[in-house]
Design a protein around this ligand. Structure first.
Ligand code: AMP
Length: 420
Protein backbone atom coordinates (compact mmCIF):
# COMPACT_ATOMS: atom_id res chain seq x y z
CA UNK A 1 0.00 0.00 0.00
CA UNK A 2 2.78 2.43 0.82
CA UNK A 3 4.47 2.30 -2.56
CA UNK A 4 1.38 3.52 -4.25
CA UNK A 5 1.63 4.94 -7.69
CA UNK A 6 -1.45 7.13 -7.79
CA UNK A 7 -3.01 8.16 -11.08
CA UNK A 8 -2.10 11.82 -11.39
CA UNK A 9 -4.17 14.34 -13.32
CA UNK A 10 -2.82 15.59 -16.60
CA UNK A 11 -4.28 18.52 -18.59
CA UNK A 12 -5.35 16.27 -21.47
CA UNK A 13 -7.39 14.07 -19.07
CA UNK A 14 -9.67 16.94 -18.11
CA UNK A 15 -9.95 19.21 -21.15
CA UNK A 16 -13.59 19.50 -22.34
CA UNK A 17 -14.62 16.80 -19.86
CA UNK A 18 -17.27 16.76 -17.19
CA UNK A 19 -15.57 16.00 -13.91
CA UNK A 20 -17.11 14.84 -10.66
CA UNK A 21 -14.87 15.51 -7.65
CA UNK A 22 -15.25 14.00 -4.17
CA UNK A 23 -14.00 16.71 -1.84
CA UNK A 24 -14.08 16.82 1.94
CA UNK A 25 -16.17 19.83 2.99
CA UNK A 26 -17.00 18.32 6.35
CA UNK A 27 -16.12 21.62 8.03
CA UNK A 28 -16.96 22.76 11.57
CA UNK A 29 -20.05 25.03 11.44
CA UNK A 30 -21.40 27.09 14.35
CA UNK A 31 -24.54 29.20 14.02
CA UNK A 32 -24.30 28.98 10.25
CA UNK A 33 -20.67 30.16 10.17
CA UNK A 34 -17.74 28.00 9.08
CA UNK A 35 -15.17 27.97 11.89
CA UNK A 36 -12.23 26.60 9.95
CA UNK A 37 -11.98 26.70 6.15
CA UNK A 38 -8.87 24.55 5.82
CA UNK A 39 -10.71 21.67 4.17
CA UNK A 40 -12.11 24.04 1.56
CA UNK A 41 -8.73 25.68 1.07
CA UNK A 42 -6.99 22.40 0.29
CA UNK A 43 -9.54 21.56 -2.43
CA UNK A 44 -8.71 24.70 -4.41
CA UNK A 45 -5.62 23.35 -6.13
CA UNK A 46 -7.62 20.63 -7.88
CA UNK A 47 -10.52 22.98 -8.74
CA UNK A 48 -8.16 25.62 -10.13
CA UNK A 49 -6.34 22.98 -12.18
CA UNK A 50 -9.66 21.92 -13.73
CA UNK A 51 -10.58 25.53 -14.46
CA UNK A 52 -7.20 26.31 -15.97
CA UNK A 53 -7.27 23.27 -18.22
CA UNK A 54 -10.75 23.96 -19.52
CA UNK A 55 -12.89 21.23 -18.05
CA UNK A 56 -16.44 21.47 -19.38
CA UNK A 57 -18.10 21.13 -15.98
CA UNK A 58 -16.95 20.62 -12.38
CA UNK A 59 -19.34 18.85 -10.03
CA UNK A 60 -18.24 18.93 -6.40
CA UNK A 61 -19.67 16.55 -3.81
CA UNK A 62 -19.06 15.99 -0.10
CA UNK A 63 -20.67 14.96 3.14
CA UNK A 64 -21.18 17.21 6.17
CA UNK A 65 -21.68 15.87 9.68
CA UNK A 66 -23.90 12.95 10.56
CA UNK A 67 -27.45 13.59 9.37
CA UNK A 68 -30.23 11.20 10.31
CA UNK A 69 -32.08 10.15 7.19
CA UNK A 70 -35.89 10.08 7.11
CA UNK A 71 -37.99 7.77 4.93
CA UNK A 72 -38.39 10.47 2.32
CA UNK A 73 -35.47 12.48 0.92
CA UNK A 74 -37.50 15.73 1.14
CA UNK A 75 -38.00 15.10 4.86
CA UNK A 76 -34.30 14.45 5.37
CA UNK A 77 -33.59 17.84 3.81
CA UNK A 78 -36.15 19.55 6.05
CA UNK A 79 -34.97 17.85 9.21
CA UNK A 80 -31.25 18.52 8.67
CA UNK A 81 -31.21 22.16 7.55
CA UNK A 82 -28.14 22.90 9.65
CA UNK A 83 -26.21 20.20 7.77
CA UNK A 84 -26.89 21.54 4.29
CA UNK A 85 -23.72 22.01 2.27
CA UNK A 86 -25.07 25.31 1.01
CA UNK A 87 -23.09 26.92 3.81
CA UNK A 88 -19.90 26.29 1.83
CA UNK A 89 -20.97 28.25 -1.27
CA UNK A 90 -20.01 31.82 -0.22
CA UNK A 91 -16.51 30.73 0.87
CA UNK A 92 -16.00 28.73 -2.29
CA UNK A 93 -17.28 31.49 -4.58
CA UNK A 94 -15.01 34.01 -2.93
CA UNK A 95 -11.96 31.76 -3.35
CA UNK A 96 -12.49 30.72 -6.96
CA UNK A 97 -14.13 34.01 -8.02
CA UNK A 98 -16.89 32.21 -9.92
CA UNK A 99 -20.51 31.38 -9.31
CA UNK A 100 -21.23 27.97 -7.81
CA UNK A 101 -24.68 26.46 -8.43
CA UNK A 102 -26.20 24.31 -5.73
CA UNK A 103 -28.38 21.26 -6.42
CA UNK A 104 -30.24 19.04 -4.01
CA UNK A 105 -30.70 16.27 -6.57
CA UNK A 106 -28.77 14.64 -9.38
CA UNK A 107 -30.99 16.44 -11.92
CA UNK A 108 -28.45 19.13 -12.62
CA UNK A 109 -28.03 21.91 -15.18
CA UNK A 110 -25.17 22.90 -17.46
CA UNK A 111 -23.52 25.43 -15.16
CA UNK A 112 -19.74 25.40 -15.05
CA UNK A 113 -19.36 24.72 -11.32
CA UNK A 114 -21.87 22.79 -9.27
CA UNK A 115 -21.99 21.70 -5.65
CA UNK A 116 -24.30 18.85 -4.71
CA UNK A 117 -26.19 18.66 -1.42
CA UNK A 118 -24.74 16.72 1.55
CA UNK A 119 -24.19 13.20 0.21
CA UNK A 120 -25.24 11.64 3.50
CA UNK A 121 -28.77 12.94 2.96
CA UNK A 122 -28.99 9.96 0.62
CA UNK A 123 -29.26 6.75 2.51
CA UNK A 124 -27.17 4.91 -0.06
CA UNK A 125 -24.02 6.97 0.56
CA UNK A 126 -22.89 5.17 3.70
CA UNK A 127 -24.01 1.81 2.28
CA UNK A 128 -21.72 2.10 -0.74
CA UNK A 129 -24.90 1.78 -2.79
CA UNK A 130 -24.35 1.03 -6.47
CA UNK A 131 -27.53 2.84 -7.57
CA UNK A 132 -26.49 6.07 -5.94
CA UNK A 133 -22.98 5.66 -7.35
CA UNK A 134 -24.46 5.12 -10.84
CA UNK A 135 -26.61 8.24 -10.55
CA UNK A 136 -23.57 10.26 -9.60
CA UNK A 137 -21.33 8.67 -12.22
CA UNK A 138 -23.86 9.46 -14.97
CA UNK A 139 -23.18 13.15 -14.43
CA UNK A 140 -19.55 13.05 -15.52
CA UNK A 141 -16.83 11.60 -17.75
CA UNK A 142 -14.18 11.21 -15.08
CA UNK A 143 -14.02 10.93 -11.30
CA UNK A 144 -11.50 12.54 -8.97
CA UNK A 145 -11.08 11.61 -5.32
CA UNK A 146 -9.65 14.60 -3.44
CA UNK A 147 -10.97 13.57 -0.03
CA UNK A 148 -8.23 11.54 1.63
CA UNK A 149 -9.92 11.89 5.01
CA UNK A 150 -12.92 9.80 3.92
CA UNK A 151 -10.97 7.32 1.84
CA UNK A 152 -10.97 4.72 4.61
CA UNK A 153 -14.75 4.48 4.24
CA UNK A 154 -16.41 2.21 1.69
CA UNK A 155 -19.03 4.82 0.77
CA UNK A 156 -20.78 5.32 -2.58
CA UNK A 157 -19.03 8.60 -3.47
CA UNK A 158 -15.62 7.25 -2.47
CA UNK A 159 -15.61 3.57 -3.33
CA UNK A 160 -18.52 2.40 -5.57
CA UNK A 161 -18.24 5.34 -7.97
CA UNK A 162 -14.51 4.78 -8.45
CA UNK A 163 -15.35 1.50 -10.21
CA UNK A 164 -17.70 3.21 -12.67
CA UNK A 165 -15.60 6.02 -14.16
CA UNK A 166 -11.92 6.56 -14.97
CA UNK A 167 -10.70 7.50 -11.49
CA UNK A 168 -7.88 9.89 -10.56
CA UNK A 169 -6.28 11.24 -7.41
CA UNK A 170 -6.73 14.94 -6.64
CA UNK A 171 -3.84 17.13 -5.54
CA UNK A 172 -4.63 17.36 -1.83
CA UNK A 173 -5.06 13.58 -1.61
CA UNK A 174 -1.73 13.03 -3.32
CA UNK A 175 -0.03 15.52 -1.03
CA UNK A 176 -1.42 13.85 2.08
CA UNK A 177 -0.20 10.44 0.93
CA UNK A 178 3.17 11.85 -0.01
CA UNK A 179 3.60 13.31 3.49
CA UNK A 180 2.36 10.21 5.32
CA UNK A 181 4.56 7.99 3.15
CA UNK A 182 7.58 9.88 4.45
CA UNK A 183 6.93 8.12 7.74
CA UNK A 184 6.80 4.65 6.30
CA UNK A 185 9.27 4.82 3.44
CA UNK A 186 12.74 5.27 4.76
CA UNK A 187 12.08 8.07 7.31
CA UNK A 188 15.02 10.15 8.50
CA UNK A 189 16.27 8.71 11.79
CA UNK A 190 15.80 9.04 14.70
CA UNK A 191 12.08 8.68 14.04
CA UNK A 192 9.94 9.43 17.09
CA UNK A 193 6.26 8.56 17.25
CA UNK A 194 4.14 10.36 19.86
CA UNK A 195 0.80 8.80 20.74
CA UNK A 196 -1.83 10.16 23.11
CA UNK A 197 -5.55 10.78 23.36
CA UNK A 198 -8.14 8.60 24.99
CA UNK A 199 -9.14 5.87 22.59
CA UNK A 200 -6.44 3.33 21.89
CA UNK A 201 -8.77 1.29 19.63
CA UNK A 202 -8.32 3.72 16.69
CA UNK A 203 -4.59 3.68 17.08
CA UNK A 204 -3.45 0.12 17.83
CA UNK A 205 -2.83 -0.93 14.23
CA UNK A 206 -0.88 2.23 13.42
CA UNK A 207 1.15 1.89 16.64
CA UNK A 208 1.88 -1.75 15.85
CA UNK A 209 3.00 -0.95 12.32
CA UNK A 210 4.98 2.22 13.02
CA UNK A 211 6.62 0.78 16.13
CA UNK A 212 8.53 -1.50 13.73
CA UNK A 213 9.90 1.53 11.88
CA UNK A 214 10.20 4.13 14.66
CA UNK A 215 13.20 4.39 16.98
CA UNK A 216 11.13 5.57 19.91
CA UNK A 217 7.43 5.56 20.72
CA UNK A 218 6.39 8.10 23.36
CA UNK A 219 3.03 7.24 24.90
CA UNK A 220 0.95 9.79 26.82
CA UNK A 221 -2.70 10.67 27.39
CA UNK A 222 -5.28 8.07 28.33
CA UNK A 223 -3.56 5.61 26.01
CA UNK A 224 -0.60 5.54 28.44
CA UNK A 225 -2.89 4.00 31.06
CA UNK A 226 -2.99 0.80 29.03
CA UNK A 227 0.80 0.63 29.19
CA UNK A 228 0.99 1.55 32.88
CA UNK A 229 -1.56 -1.12 33.72
CA UNK A 230 0.32 -3.66 31.61
CA UNK A 231 3.43 -2.85 33.67
CA UNK A 232 1.56 -3.48 36.91
CA UNK A 233 0.93 0.10 38.07
CA UNK A 234 -2.26 0.84 39.95
CA UNK A 235 -4.02 3.32 37.66
CA UNK A 236 -6.87 3.87 40.16
CA UNK A 237 -9.91 5.47 38.45
CA UNK A 238 -7.98 6.60 35.37
CA UNK A 239 -9.64 6.32 31.97
CA UNK A 240 -8.91 2.96 30.39
CA UNK A 241 -10.19 1.63 27.12
CA UNK A 242 -9.27 -2.01 27.47
CA UNK A 243 -11.83 -3.58 25.13
CA UNK A 244 -13.91 -1.76 22.53
CA UNK A 245 -17.59 -2.75 22.80
CA UNK A 246 -17.84 -3.92 19.20
CA UNK A 247 -14.75 -6.10 19.34
CA UNK A 248 -15.43 -7.86 22.60
CA UNK A 249 -16.32 -11.07 20.88
CA UNK A 250 -13.02 -11.15 19.09
CA UNK A 251 -11.28 -11.12 22.44
CA UNK A 252 -9.24 -7.98 21.77
CA UNK A 253 -7.72 -6.58 24.92
CA UNK A 254 -5.65 -3.44 24.73
CA UNK A 255 -3.80 -3.94 28.00
CA UNK A 256 -2.61 -7.26 26.59
CA UNK A 257 -1.72 -5.43 23.38
CA UNK A 258 0.39 -2.94 25.36
CA UNK A 259 2.02 -5.79 27.23
CA UNK A 260 2.93 -7.60 24.03
CA UNK A 261 4.32 -4.44 22.45
CA UNK A 262 6.46 -3.75 25.53
CA UNK A 263 7.68 -7.35 25.52
CA UNK A 264 8.60 -7.28 21.87
CA UNK A 265 10.54 -4.05 22.26
CA UNK A 266 12.47 -4.61 25.44
CA UNK A 267 15.86 -3.97 23.92
CA UNK A 268 17.39 -0.66 24.86
CA UNK A 269 18.90 0.53 21.63
CA UNK A 270 18.56 4.31 21.68
CA UNK A 271 20.99 6.42 23.63
CA UNK A 272 19.91 9.68 25.18
CA UNK A 273 22.74 12.22 25.34
CA UNK A 274 24.88 9.48 23.77
CA UNK A 275 25.07 7.41 26.94
CA UNK A 276 21.70 6.86 28.65
CA UNK A 277 20.03 3.78 27.14
CA UNK A 278 16.32 4.11 26.47
CA UNK A 279 13.70 1.50 25.72
CA UNK A 280 11.78 1.85 22.47
CA UNK A 281 8.38 2.32 24.07
CA UNK A 282 8.40 5.03 26.73
CA UNK A 283 5.39 5.64 28.97
CA UNK A 284 5.07 8.35 31.66
CA UNK A 285 7.26 8.14 34.73
CA UNK A 286 5.11 10.73 36.47
CA UNK A 287 1.60 12.07 35.97
CA UNK A 288 -0.74 14.82 37.13
CA UNK A 289 -3.63 13.19 38.93
CA UNK A 290 -6.96 14.65 39.91
CA UNK A 291 -10.24 13.47 41.34
CA UNK A 292 -12.17 14.78 38.35
CA UNK A 293 -11.47 16.42 35.00
CA UNK A 294 -12.55 19.74 36.54
CA UNK A 295 -10.17 19.41 39.48
CA UNK A 296 -8.63 22.85 39.80
CA UNK A 297 -5.44 21.75 41.53
CA UNK A 298 -4.25 18.37 40.41
CA UNK A 299 -1.25 16.71 42.07
CA UNK A 300 2.05 15.49 40.81
CA UNK A 301 2.50 11.75 41.19
CA UNK A 302 5.92 10.25 40.71
CA UNK A 303 4.91 6.76 39.64
CA UNK A 304 8.23 5.13 40.40
CA UNK A 305 7.91 6.04 44.10
CA UNK A 306 4.24 5.21 44.27
CA UNK A 307 3.81 1.64 43.20
CA UNK A 308 1.63 0.88 46.21
CA UNK A 309 -0.63 3.83 45.48
CA UNK A 310 0.69 5.62 48.56
CA UNK A 311 0.68 9.12 47.11
CA UNK A 312 -2.64 8.99 45.35
CA UNK A 313 -5.93 7.40 46.24
CA UNK A 314 -8.05 4.84 44.48
CA UNK A 315 -10.41 7.68 43.51
CA UNK A 316 -7.75 9.55 41.53
CA UNK A 317 -7.40 9.71 37.77
CA UNK A 318 -4.20 10.30 35.79
CA UNK A 319 -5.10 13.27 33.61
CA UNK A 320 -1.80 14.60 32.25
CA UNK A 321 1.85 13.66 31.98
CA UNK A 322 4.04 15.04 34.77
CA UNK A 323 7.07 17.42 34.62
CA UNK A 324 9.70 14.67 34.60
CA UNK A 325 7.97 12.94 31.72
CA UNK A 326 7.70 16.25 29.86
CA UNK A 327 11.46 16.70 30.29
CA UNK A 328 12.26 13.19 29.10
CA UNK A 329 9.86 13.31 26.14
CA UNK A 330 11.12 16.77 25.13
CA UNK A 331 14.71 15.57 25.16
CA UNK A 332 13.87 12.64 22.89
CA UNK A 333 11.90 14.97 20.58
CA UNK A 334 14.80 17.43 20.44
CA UNK A 335 17.03 14.80 18.85
CA UNK A 336 14.44 13.52 16.37
CA UNK A 337 14.76 13.92 12.61
CA UNK A 338 11.20 12.68 11.94
CA UNK A 339 8.22 13.07 14.27
CA UNK A 340 4.68 11.77 13.99
CA UNK A 341 2.24 12.99 16.64
CA UNK A 342 -1.36 11.91 17.13
CA UNK A 343 -3.32 12.53 20.33
CA UNK A 344 -2.99 15.00 23.24
CA UNK A 345 -0.85 14.13 26.27
CA UNK A 346 -3.64 14.90 28.74
CA UNK A 347 -7.05 16.48 29.16
CA UNK A 348 -5.79 19.63 27.41
CA UNK A 349 -9.28 21.18 27.42
CA UNK A 350 -8.84 21.91 31.17
CA UNK A 351 -6.13 24.32 32.30
CA UNK A 352 -4.95 22.06 35.14
CA UNK A 353 -4.23 19.19 32.75
CA UNK A 354 -3.08 21.05 29.64
CA UNK A 355 0.58 21.60 30.45
CA UNK A 356 1.83 18.26 29.08
CA UNK A 357 0.25 18.77 25.66
CA UNK A 358 1.40 22.38 25.47
CA UNK A 359 5.00 21.55 26.38
CA UNK A 360 5.16 18.62 23.98
CA UNK A 361 3.76 20.84 21.19
CA UNK A 362 6.47 23.33 22.06
CA UNK A 363 9.18 20.66 21.85
CA UNK A 364 7.86 19.44 18.50
CA UNK A 365 7.65 23.00 17.16
CA UNK A 366 11.27 23.67 18.22
CA UNK A 367 12.62 20.46 16.77
CA UNK A 368 14.55 20.81 13.54
CA UNK A 369 13.23 17.45 12.29
CA UNK A 370 10.21 16.96 10.03
CA UNK A 371 7.02 16.91 12.06
CA UNK A 372 3.75 15.44 10.88
CA UNK A 373 0.67 15.94 13.05
CA UNK A 374 -2.72 14.30 12.80
CA UNK A 375 -5.99 13.84 14.64
CA UNK A 376 -8.73 16.37 15.40
CA UNK A 377 -7.80 16.85 19.05
CA UNK A 378 -4.09 17.32 18.40
CA UNK A 379 -4.99 20.06 15.94
CA UNK A 380 -7.49 21.69 18.34
CA UNK A 381 -4.77 21.63 20.98
CA UNK A 382 -2.15 23.40 18.89
CA UNK A 383 -4.76 25.95 17.87
CA UNK A 384 -5.78 26.49 21.47
CA UNK A 385 -2.17 27.06 22.46
CA UNK A 386 -1.75 29.48 19.53
CA UNK A 387 0.97 27.66 17.65
CA UNK A 388 1.31 28.58 13.97
CA UNK A 389 0.74 25.94 11.33
CA UNK A 390 4.22 26.86 10.08
CA UNK A 391 5.72 25.60 13.33
CA UNK A 392 5.16 22.09 11.98
CA UNK A 393 6.06 20.47 8.67
CA UNK A 394 2.61 19.10 7.93
CA UNK A 395 -0.73 19.09 9.67
CA UNK A 396 -3.00 16.41 8.35
CA UNK A 397 -6.72 17.19 8.05
CA UNK A 398 -7.58 13.54 8.51
CA UNK A 399 -7.61 11.50 11.69
CA UNK A 400 -9.00 8.01 11.05
CA UNK A 401 -7.88 7.75 7.43
CA UNK A 402 -4.28 8.66 8.20
CA UNK A 403 -4.14 6.13 11.06
CA UNK A 404 -5.55 3.40 8.81
CA UNK A 405 -3.11 4.32 6.07
CA UNK A 406 -0.22 4.19 8.53
CA UNK A 407 -1.35 0.80 9.75
CA UNK A 408 -0.66 -0.52 6.24
CA UNK A 409 -4.28 -1.33 5.42
CA UNK A 410 -5.65 -0.89 1.93
CA UNK A 411 -8.13 2.00 1.92
CA UNK A 412 -11.28 1.37 -0.15
CA UNK A 413 -11.21 4.88 -1.61
CA UNK A 414 -7.67 4.47 -2.94
CA UNK A 415 -7.87 1.03 -4.56
CA UNK A 416 -8.98 2.34 -7.95
CA UNK A 417 -6.74 5.38 -7.96
CA UNK A 418 -3.62 3.30 -8.30
CA UNK A 419 -1.88 3.04 -11.66
CA UNK A 420 -2.24 -0.58 -12.70
P1 AMP B 1 -8.78 10.70 21.03
O1 AMP B 1 -10.02 11.08 20.26
O2 AMP B 1 -8.68 9.27 21.31
O3 AMP B 1 -7.52 11.25 20.38
O4 AMP B 1 -8.91 11.41 22.44
C1 AMP B 1 -8.86 12.80 22.64
C2 AMP B 1 -9.31 13.10 24.03
O5 AMP B 1 -8.50 12.40 24.95
C3 AMP B 1 -9.24 14.54 24.45
O6 AMP B 1 -10.53 15.08 24.55
C4 AMP B 1 -8.55 14.52 25.83
O7 AMP B 1 -9.21 15.27 26.79
C5 AMP B 1 -8.62 13.05 26.18
N1 AMP B 1 -7.53 12.62 27.08
C6 AMP B 1 -6.22 12.84 26.97
N2 AMP B 1 -5.55 12.34 28.02
C7 AMP B 1 -6.45 11.79 28.84
C8 AMP B 1 -6.37 11.12 30.10
N3 AMP B 1 -5.20 10.92 30.71
N4 AMP B 1 -7.52 10.68 30.65
C9 AMP B 1 -8.70 10.88 30.03
N5 AMP B 1 -8.84 11.51 28.85
C10 AMP B 1 -7.73 11.96 28.26
Amino acid sequence: MFNMNLKALKPQDVKNKKIIVRVDYNVPVKDGVIQDTRRIDISLETINFLLKHESKQIILMSHLGRPKTADKYEDTIKQNKELSLKVVIPVLEKEIKQTVEFYQSTEIGEEKIILLENLRFWEGEKKDDKHLAKNLAKLADIYINDAFSTSHRAHASVSAISHLLPAYAGFSLRHEIEMLSKLTKDPQKPFVMIIGGAKISDKVSAIENLAKIADTVLVGGGVANNFLKAEGFNIAKSYLQDVPADMKKQGQNFVEFANKLLDENQQEHTLLDNFIPLPKIIYPIDVIAGNSMDDEKGKEVNLLDCIEGSCYTNDDMFLDIGPRTIKLFSKVIENAKTIFWNGPMGVFETKTFSRGTKKIAHAVALSSGESILGGGDTISAIKKFKFDNEDFTYISTSGGASLEFLSGKELPGLTNLVEK
